[in-house]
Design a protein around this ligand. Structure first.
Ligand code: HGY
Ligand code: MN
Ligand code: MN
Ligand code: MN
Length: 425
């Protein structure tokens, strides 16, 4: 077992981490009809900024310095004995789904914070700086796609790529970001990742599994080996508004009827007996959206995922043709909004995670992630890995999302040891 582990592991506080999680969960918190405590904290909102201010207040209380880049990615820096070395970066996201849970994303930020605080309290010097990060807009709920902050940081897409994307109130991402940066103008500004600054030495993201395996199979730690691929499409079907009472069916150009034909055809394309493929239509808009005018426009999103890149490309590339062939009276415009290829992490970080888990007597399982994460976009820059902890029944993106305080503390202890390891390499 690692010599630093005992006092470092002891310095990680289960109670302090849980208390911080509950305090964060109250920001945008709500109870659903069954009494589950969920959170609705969209990116670049006052609630998001309130949560960030709370995190910064904790950080400054223990001597970390806060900075933010032009995408609003927030960094809390623990200085290394050699400040010139590329840092180890660790964190996740603070934004949530509209009916999200109190653990998705935010635990990874709080666990990173807890691990760094434990390093400092245990008096463990690190050669490299360690930076806790909160990425902007991982969820892609308010503004599609997700992972905008990490994609811009990694140079995957120019920072202005999404300026014209609007939310449900018609507010442009570029305007919401400009307002956000103005409201956080007192926070030190830093270059944008690898575009203007330096790449990390390594990146580690702690996250709840958002799946059932660790709990069902009795494991404490998930050693994440990679992340499946994701592709998001927006489909706009254009027909013609008409009077519901007087227009014969044969003369209609009904966008809703053609949308249903298109989704039925897509279900056939996406049928996969092995049930490995994931296909979701969950955001639908209709115009004019009244009960007695035939629908002129129907918009719907496609979220399509697969672990095999050949399938992800082939099925994804077939989507437009299948939609066009299914239409009877309308036209369709299909745009791709997100394209993350399947990721296999290099062994360095997963091996360090597994080594730390074993050194701490924890049961560790190697597994891929079904959810996408910011780690997917940091992976090409440096050795990258993730630490999963079990969550109850694998539920996520729902207010019933839950993880045990002890399970989260075990995750933070493994993270602390991995950071001590990587930051001294
Ligand atoms: O959708 C995802 O996979 C992530 O949880 N936002
Ligand atoms: Mn997440
Ligand atoms: Mn999520
Ligand atoms: Mn993530």
């Amino acid at each position: 077992p690692d010599p630093v582990a005992p006092n470092l592991v002891a310095a990680v506080s289960e109670a302090r981490q849980w208390q911080r999680l509950m305090e964060m969960g109250a920001i945008g918190g709500f109870s659903d009809a069954d009494g589950n405590e969920g959170v609705n904290r969209a990116c670049l909102t006052d609630l998001d900024r309130q949560a960030r201010r709370l995190l910064i207040s904790w950080a400054e209380a223990i001597g970390l310095t806060a900075s933010t880049d032009i995408l609003g990615n927030l960094f809390l820096r623990h200085e290394g004995t050699d400040p010139t070395l590329p840092p180890v970066v660790t964190g996740s996201h603070m934004d949530s789904q509209p009916q999200g849970g109190r653990f998705d994303g935010i635990w990874g930020v709080i666990a990173a914070f807890e691990a760094v605080q434990a390093l400092r309290e245990a008096g463990i010097a690190t050669r490299r700086p360690v930076e806790v990060v909160a990425w902007t807009n991982e969820e892609g709920g308010r503004y599609a796609p997700g992972c905008m902050g990490s994609m811009a940081y990694a140079g995957y897409a120019p920072p202005t790529t999404w300026d014209a994307v609007t939310d449900k109130d018609g507010i442009r991402f570029g305007d919401a970001l400009a307002e956000h940066l103005a409201l956080e103008a007192d926070i030190a500004r830093r270059p944008l990742g690898t575009v203007e600054g330096t790449a990390p030495f390594a990146y580690v993201e702690a996250h709840i599994e958002q799946g059932p395996r660790l709990e069902a199979e009795g494991f404490d730690i998930g050693v994440v080996t990679g992340i499946q691929g994701s592709r998001w499409f927006l489909v706009e079907i254009n027909g013609k508004s008409d009077h519901a009472g007087t227009t014969p069916l044969g003369l209609r150009r009904d966008a809703v009827q053609d949308m249903l034909r298109a989704i039925t055809a897509l279900n056939a394309l996406m049928h996969d007996p092995s049930d490995v493929l994931r296909f979701t239509v969950a955001h639908i808009e209709v115009e004019p959206n009244t009960s007695n005018s035939v629908a002129a426009v129907a918009r719907f999103t496609i979220d399509f995922r697969h672990p095999d890149n050949a399938v992800l490309q082939a099925r994804g590339n077939a989507i437009e043709g299948v939609i066009q062939a299914a239409l009877k009276t309308c036209t369709a415009k299909v745009t791709e909004r997100f394209h993350a290829i399947p990721t296999d992490f290099a062994p360095l970080v997963p091996d360090a995670v597994e080594g730390a888990a074993r050194a701490q007597g924890l049961r560790a399982l190697r597994l891929p992630s079904g959810a996408f994460h910011d780690a997917q976009f940091i992976h090409p820059l440096c050795p990258t890995g993730m630490i999963f902890v079990p969550c109850r029944a694998g539920v996520s993106h729902h207010p019933a999302e839950y993880a045990e305080p002890g399970a989260l503390a075990a995750g933070a202890r493994v993270l602390a040891q991995v950071l001590a390891d990587l930051a001294n390499r």
